[in-house]
Design a protein around this ligand. Sequence first.
Ligand SMILES: [Mn+2]
Length: 306
Amino acid sequence: MNASLPQHLNAEAGREKRFRTVFISDIHLGTSGCRAEELLEFLRCVESDTLYLVGDIVDGWQLKRRWHWPQAHNNIVQKVLRKARKGTRVVFIPGNHDESIRQFCGLQFGDIELEHEAVHVTADGRRLWVTHGDLFDGVVQCARWLAIVGDVAYEWALRGNRALNFARARLGLPYWSISQWLKDQVKRAVSFVTAFEEALANAARKRGYDGVVCGHIHRAEIRMIDDVLYCNDGDWVESMSALVEHFDGRLEILRWVDFERERLEALGLSSLGRGLPALPAPGATHTRPPVPAHGKVPLSVRGEAS
Ligand SMILES: [Mn+2]
C-alpha cells in the first residue's frame, strides 16, 4: 500500500468539517483589511449543504476610492463559485457595502441566488430571517441620538441644577437632583450594539420569525432576546468568525483562531496515534503535515496575535 495514501486521507479527515448551513458576512473583499488567506482556508475546510453570504462580501465603497484586489480575493470568489457548482446551495444577500448588487436581487447568477433577504428553516424547524442588518441603522441612529440629546441635557442640567434647587429651597421643597435623574436616563439609553441587536430581534418578532441571522456590526453573537433568537455571524476583517448550523439544527459560532487550533491539534494527535510517518521532525516549527491535495496557498500558521 502506498505509504503516502493513509496520511493523505488522514490529513483530509482532519481538514474537512461538514455542516448543514454556514453563514458568513462582512468579508469586505477589495479592502486591505480583509482576512482573505484565513477565509480561504476556512472555506477549504468547511463544507455545507447551504452557504449564506450575508452581505458586505465585496466592498464597493472602498473599490470606488482605490482599487485593491490581490489574488487571494480572486481565490475566494472562485472558491465560492466552485462550491456552488459542486452542489452547495449558495445564497447571496447583499449588504450596504455591496448595495450596487441589490438591483439584481431575485435573479440567479450562475449557481448563486441573489436575494434581498431569506428565510432559513433549521433542521429542528425554527424559521430564521436572514438579512444583512444595515436597514436598521436608522432605528439605531435614533437610539444614539436619544443618548446624545440626553448627554447634552445632562450638561445643561448640571448648570441648571443649582438654580433649580435654590428655587425649590425658597419654596420649601426638598433637594431634588435633576442631574441625577437625567444621568439615570442616559445610562438607560442603550449602546449601539445593544440597540442594533434589539432592533433586529424586534423586527424578526414582528414578522413572525423564531429568530434572525445578520451581520453588519462585526460582532458575532448567539443569544435569546426575549423570545427571539438573535444570531450574528461576525466578520472576516476583525473577528474572523462564521455561524454554522449542525445537522441537528444546533447553531454555533466558529472563530477561525479556535477552529484552526483545534484542527491542528486533531491532526497532530490522530497522526501520532496511528503512528503515521513523515510528520515534521522533532524540533521543526511546523506541526502541520504536508497536504498533497490542494496545497497551493502556503499553509503556514500565521497571524498569531495581530
Ligand atoms: Mn454592513
